[in-house]
Design a protein around this ligand. Sequence first.
Ligand SMILES: Cc1ncc(COP(=O)(O)O)c(C=O)c1O
Length: 382
Amino acid sequence: MWSSRRAAAVPGSVFSLMDAAKSRARGRGLDIIDLSIGSSDLNPPDVVLDALREATHNPATYRYPLFSDTQPLRDAAAAYLKRRFDVTLNADTEVLPLIGAQEGLAHLLLAVTDPGDSILLPDPCYPPYLGAVAVAGLNVVTLPLLPERGFLPDLNAVPDNVNPRVLLLNYPNNPTSAVATREFFQEAAAWCRERGTLLIHDHPYAELTFGNYRAPSALEAGTTGVVELHSLSKTHHMGGFRVGFAAGDAHAIAALARVKGAVDFHPYLGIQHAAALALGLPDEVCRAGASVFQERRDALVPALQSLGWEVQTPQASMYAWARVPGVTDSITYAVNAAEQTGVALSPGRAFGAGGEGFVRFALVQPPDKLQEAVRRLAELNA
Ligand SMILES: Cc1ncc(COP(=O)(O)O)c(C=O)c1O
């Protein structure tokens, strides 16, 4: 009775099915290797934790933060973007702290669209996008991400009569772990500017890159008509802190600030302080975290390939995206795998129709556990 059409439109999650399957496996005495959730299992840097601990004992941090109080974090975010991507931003008008990228996206869509507007949304995609789009009342125009195109969309295939208000992209990508070049973002930004479309780039995996690969920023294509969402959840293993920032087009950032002004008072000052410090740490700190995920990738991917699974070696992100031989119903496969082997994966269908036939492995366990997971799955498939 007390559900709005907006609330009812938010899609349910298949993760409750996975939860139930894990419980049944536990009930049968299996130990669970949970690779279904993309939450970093590493710790934030010690100096960041120390800064937060100190802040919690400082009464000056207990009050509601005002916009002016967000300046140190805005400055740190702008300095980070300059250092990492050589992008120059006005920290007063082009940067805004977020309570995570997920919160930022939901409010940004409310800030820059009206109900009935169209959004170009990749398929497969990070499932909360679908909820944010439903809350904003948008019409989804699906942008297929196909393996033969390296999971990059073909913007030239979008019909001329489609005039989306927003194009949403995310590279390094969840769930496919695909990456995009600087030239790709330049083309996407030009395509958007021609149509009066806002390009939103969700960039939480900016620093989770392997070897010499470095992920570009969409803001390298200019800030007009482009907003990028950054998060410290994966880059600094601070998912539970709920902190990130939006950067880019000053008009969109101002609209976002208005909407957020009706909803929240910015992150806790202690967390802002910790996040600002994290963004200023030497690049090697992020590199060390990323190398842990790279080792896991190197343990998992060849083991899957030796089973004959089709899986690319990711250059970034914390996922491997694999097509399971002979599987056309990824939800049934993932539920069975969890129940029979204790290995919990995300079914590709959870990320949209375009994910069918695939599963996503989150690299959130040590190499030996990942290899153990593959051994168990091999028995299931045998
Ligand atoms: C593509 C993508 N965007 C956003 C998020 C959430 O980021 P945050 O923790 O900053 O809300 C995730 C988390 O998995 C993600 O994969």
